[in-house]
Structure formats: C-alpha cells, structure tokens
Design a protein around this ligand. Structure first.
Ligand SMILES: NC(=O)c1ccc[n+]([C@@H]2O[C@H](COP(=O)([O-])OP(=O)(O)OC[C@H]3O[C@@H](n4cnc5c(N)ncnc54)[C@H](O)[C@@H]3O)[C@@H](O)[C@H]2O)c1
Length: 251
C-alpha cells in the first residue's frame, strides 16, 4: 500500500545521511523505497522503509530493474533522492585511475543513471522532485579529494542542467551540499586523512570542527531537514539550486 504523499526512492538509504533522509520522508508521509548495496535492516524492522531492492547505482541494468520494480508495485514515482556516494583520499600525484573511476562511477554516473531511469515516469506524471546529495566539495576545492570534488562539481552541473530540461513538466531538481557529517564515510576519511597528513584521526576530527564556524560536527539530520524542505511544498518554486548545509564550512 502506498502512503499519502507518494513514493520516495532514496539511494544509499541504508545508513548515514540516506538513513536520516529515509526517516524524515517517512515522517512526512512518503512510502520510502531504498536502493542500496546493503539492506536497511533496522529501518525495515521499524517500518520506515517499505521497499528495498539491492541496487548498484553504477550499473544501468541494476538501476533499471529496481526502478521498474517500483513502478510495477506502486505505479508512480514522486521523489528521487540521489544520495548514494563514496569517497577515497589521495594526493593527485599518487592517485590511481581506479580511484578516479570509483568516485566518478558512483557519485556522478550513478546520479545520471538513476535520474534517466525515473524521468520518463515523472514526465508522464507531469510531476516529480529530485534532490541530489552533492557536497561542499562540489562548490570549493579540497586537497586529497580532487577526484571526489570533481565528481560532486559534476553533480551540481548535472542538477542545474536537468532542472532546465524538465521544468516544463513541473519536475524540480535541486542539490544539497553537506559539510563535515558524522557518518561511516567520515570515520573512514578521518583514518585516511590522518595517515596522509601524519595526524591522529582525533586531531583531524577537531580540525573539522575548527573549520566549521557554527563549531560542531554536523549530523545527518542537519542534511535531512533541508532535503525535507526541498521535497516539500515550501520549496515549490525552487529548482536548479545547490544549497550549502555546512555550518559555514564552505565559506
Ligand atoms: N559524510 C560527509 O561528511 C559527507 C559530506 C558531504 C557529502 N556527503 C555525501 O552524502 C552522501 C551520503 O554519504 P554518507 O556520509 O551517509 O556515507 P555512508 O558511507 O555512511 O553511506 C553511503 C551509502 O551509499 C551506499 N552506496 C555506496 N555505493 C553504492 C552503489 N554503487 N550503489 C548503491 N548504493 C551505494 C552505501 O552502501 C551506503 O549505505 C554521499 O553522496 C556523500 O558523498 C557526505
């Protein structure tokens, strides 16, 4: 059964920022479907997530199969949150092609493949909302993250371009740009950055807070609240925007 506001697909919704988005959109009355490599067991137990399909957003076949399953089950797609993402850290001089491709395949191509898969339905409906999780690394340069940053700048360029193509069908496409968010991705980055810069992970963590004018580490709910706003009616006239949610760290 579909809940009141319709169906919201969240990629990478099994943990971290995606989990917080799933909880927020469930609370807002959406039927939440997660597409991720791993299953959101707790969220399914709590009935926050109604539908899960193991999906690799880098694979067109995997994406198309998962989206068709949503369509045959619910007959509509109201919201897509392209949130799945990966990172790694390396100086460009030492970066492998594989690292570059890994970041681009998930962060940039994944957003393209998912968007392409849902757009025919949203165009037919003449209704739809897409929110992409970019990053503050998508609006500024970040050492050790050149490949990741380039993939997130790509997400913002894609967001603005698609927004212009589909505005005529009442489909809105926006992005959020988080800062230093406490998730498993951040835990891995603290280790890598510590190794690359000769620092303890706890020292890197303290630096993230020093670099954040609002003086605390971000939590996934900080981002989910803004995604909820962008999905909601209060953002009905906002499209093609990339909104920083960083406590000022992007400035
Ligand atoms: N944590 C941060 O500080 C931060 C900052 C800015 C932007 N972001 C972005 O926010 C998003 C979520 O990050 P997070 O911190 O919650 O990370 P996370 O590692 O906690 O969660 C990412 C989720 O994406 C899924 N995923 C990875 N590759 C996938 C694939 N090929 N197909 C399907 N699912 C896949 C993972 O299984 C995981 O559940 C990412 O796009 C990330 O780049 C994070």
């Amino acid at each position: 059964m579909m809940k009141g506001r319709g169906v919201a697909i969240i990629t990478g919704g099994s943990q971290g920022i995606g989990e917080a988005i799933a909880r927020r959109l469930h609370g807002d009355g959406y039927t939440v479907a997660v597409m991720d490599l791993s299953m959101p067991q707790q969220l399914m137990r709590e009935d926050v997530v109604k539908h899960f399909r193991q999906t690799d957003v880098t694979s067109a076949d995997s994406v198309e199969t998962a989206v068709q399953e949503i369509l045959s089950t619910y007959g509509a797609i109201d919201v897509l949150c392209n949130n799945a993402g990966v990172s790694s850290m390396q100086r460009v001089v030492d970066m492998t092609e594989a690292e570059w491709d890994f970041n681009f395949d998930v962060n940039a191509k994944g957003v393209f493949l998912m968007t392409r898969a849902v757009l025919p339905t949203m165009i037919r409906q003449r209704r739809g909302i897409i929110v992409n999780t970019a990053s503050m690394a998508g609006v500024k340069g970040v050492p050790l993250l050149a490949h990741y940053a380039a993939s997130k700048w790509a997400v913002i360029g894609f967001t603005k371009s698609v927004a212009l193509e589909v505005a005529q069908y009442d489909i809105r496409v926006n992005a959020v740009c988080p800062g230093f968010v406490k998730t498993s991705m951040q835990a891995r980055e603290l280790q890598w950055e510590g190794q690359l810069r000769g620092m303890k992970p706890s020292e890197v963590f303290d630096e993230y807070i020093r670099l954040t004018p609002l003086k605390r580490i971000q939590v996934p709910e900080d981002v989910a609240k803004v995604v909820g706003f962008l999905v909601g009616d209060d953002a009905a006239f906002i499209t093609g925007e990339a909104i920083n949610v960083t406590g000022g760290a992007n400035l």
